[in-house]
Structure formats: C-alpha cells, structure tokens
Design a binder for this molecule. Sequence first.
Ligand code: SF4
Ligand code: SF4
Length: 177
Amino acid sequence: MFSSKLKEALLCLRAGRVTLPYPFVPQAPPEGFRGKPEIDGELCVGCGTCAMVCPPRLITLADEGEYRVLTVDYTRCTYCARCEEVCPEGAIKMSNNFETATNQKDDLLLQVKMKLARCSRCNRPFATQRLVKKMAQKTIGDQGSGDTVPAWVSWCPDCRQKYEARILGRLGDVEDD
Ligand code: SF4
Ligand code: SF4
C-alpha cells in the first residue's frame, strides 16, 4: 500500500509542472479553434438570415425610425458558427477570440445601424437601402438587361403582392405603376 502510494507520488513529481501560466502569460488558442464571431458592419445588408438561424436567438433586427438596427448580444453566443455559414455577404467571420470576460455587460453588445429604404408606391420603409441596392444589382445581373432596374425592386412586399394580384385579374382597384 505504502509503496504504491510512493510510486504514484514519484510519477507525479517526474511529470513536472503541467499547468499553463495563463492568464499571466498570453495563450494562443489551438489551430482550428472557433471563438467569437466578428461582424463587419460595412458589409452587412440587414437581410436577417443570421438572426433566423442563430440557435440562442441572440441576433435581432428591429426598425427604429429611419433605421434598421441589427443587435448582437454576445453573452449567449455558443460559437456554433451557423451565422457565418449562412451570411450571404460574408459579413460574419469566426475569430479565435475567446477572452470575452468583462464587468461591463455593454461590452458584449454590438449594434449595426442601416438606413431604411421607402417603398416607391406606398412610401412605407420596408428594407435597408443596402439590401434594395443589392437586389437591384442582382436583378440586372440575372436579366442581363444593361442598366435597367425593374420598378418592383423598390416596392415593398405588400405593393408587389397587390400588383401581381391585379395582373392576375384578382384585384381591380390597384393603380398602374
Ligand atoms: S446574414 Fe449577414 S448580411 Fe444578413 S443581417 Fe446577418 S450579418 Fe447582415
Ligand atoms: S456563433 Fe452561433 S450562437 Fe453565436 S451568434 Fe453565431 S449563430 Fe448565434
């Protein structure tokens, strides 16, 4: 019994110190480590795809006056990277930053404000200006139609629906564009 305990103690002593001096000495995470997602506010168009897939629902979008505000509450982030996978603009990149401890909760909040575009038929704000611009660029690309952007690109979903309904003969009282 005593000898086995002695052997055990010798084994531990031979191993030397195995703990790391972190946080007194900075420690780089291992290769492939997935840390905090970083959002590039210049690339974001406010489409909301990341908010739809985020499991803890910590990404939200809300319209405030003339702006759509994307808010990220990092306190509940699980670093799952779903947001990075789905962002159509490549605006989200997973970093290797794991040091998020703070005594100021606001340090873990990120907000991106984007100006809203108004519907050219009913004048209601309906999408960010960046998103409408992207749609216009994509439509021109898809149709190969030179510089002509179709009018419906600047219509809100309600106005598009009414227009289509009128075209299909289901609604007679919608004015022509
Ligand atoms: S998916 Fe990308 S572009 Fe869309 S709101 Fe999220 S960060 Fe912005
Ligand atoms: S990494 Fe996962 S939990 Fe964190 S913001 Fe992205 S989707 Fe949400």
